[in-house]
Design a protein around this ligand. Structure first.
Ligand code: GLY
Length: 256
């Protein structure tokens, strides 16, 4: 069974953290409606959607990906780089402890789940404004016993590693090569985003399909031509909050 942990959009979403975007008014009602379409897309692709407790006072709480990394063997509760986001992690502990044993990133380490791209047994970790060397080193130590290789990747020009690169098929990454260097992913095939869609590298892979923003049609066309099934979702309002489709869920396999 595929589980997708999500969380309701906070009514305070418009007060979210921002790093590389200027603040633009957010229609929270539309963000809520779009988020419901996103959850419907997860269900369409066979995921069981499990909602984490609401956090109405935490503007970025819908972006659950940043609070945890779930692998087959363990869940790592992160310590988000933005102090305002650290209270989001506690409620994820209760949700994820039903599925995995838990480990934690501890001070002075910081790690956002959006900076973690797992490709098989290789874990790429973005060194961004949110994830520091100490957080990366802690993750490497925690995962060593299961044989994961942790590879640091410098990120510039965007919030997270997965703003710049995501996996869209078994051996295929979708990349904005201005934000992350393709050479960091040596043995994997690369597809670049359409030049007019620099924020188009964030796709959420579920099985053989990807949930993908409907406001990036040219990159969607590239994915389609490469044989990737694209399930489009509207998510412009969440994008104004610097959130992508991966940010809004934590997806993993679990026993039924
Ligand atoms: N607003 C998403 C973030 O900055 O973490």
């Amino acid at each position: 069974m595929i589980v997708a942990v999500t969380r309701a959009v906070s009514p305070a979403l418009a007060e979210c953290e921002l790093t590389h975007l200027a603040r633009d008014p957010i229609d929270v009602a539309k963000a809520i409606a779009d988020h419901e379409r996103y959850e419907a897309a997860l269900r369409l692709l066979g995921a069981r959607v499990v909602r984490a407790p609401e956090e109405p006072a935490l503007p970025d709480a819908v972006f659950v990906e940043d609070t945890a990394l779930v692998l087959d063997e363990v869940a790592v509760i992160t310590r988000p780089g933005a102090p305002s986001r650290r209270p989001e992690s506690e409620s994820m502990v209760k949700v994820l402890s039903a599925y995995r044993s838990l480990q934690r990133i501890r001070p002075p380490g910081t790690l956002d789940g959006g900076d973690v791209l797992a490709v098989g047994r290789t874990i790429y970790v973005g060194l961004s404004s949110r994830t520091n060397h100490n957080g990366l080193a802690q993750l490497e130590t925690l995962l060593r016993e299961w044989g994961y290789e942790v590879i640091p990747v410098p990120v510039t020009g965007c919030l997270h590693l997965k703003s710049a690169v995501t996996q869209v098929a078994d051996n295929l990454l979708l990349i904005n090569a201005h934000w992350v260097r393709p050479e960091c992913f040596a043995s994997i095939d690369i597809m670049t985003v359409a030049p007019s869609e620099p924020a188009g590298a964030n796709a959420l892979r579920i099985g053989t399909a990807v949930i993908y923003p409907s406001h990036h049609p040219e990159t969607a066309e590239r994915l389609d031509r490469a044989g990737v099934r694209v399930v489009p979702v509207p998510c412009i309002e969440l994008a104004k909050a610097e959130g992508g489709v991966t940010c809004c869920s934590v997806v993993f396999e679990a026993e039924p």
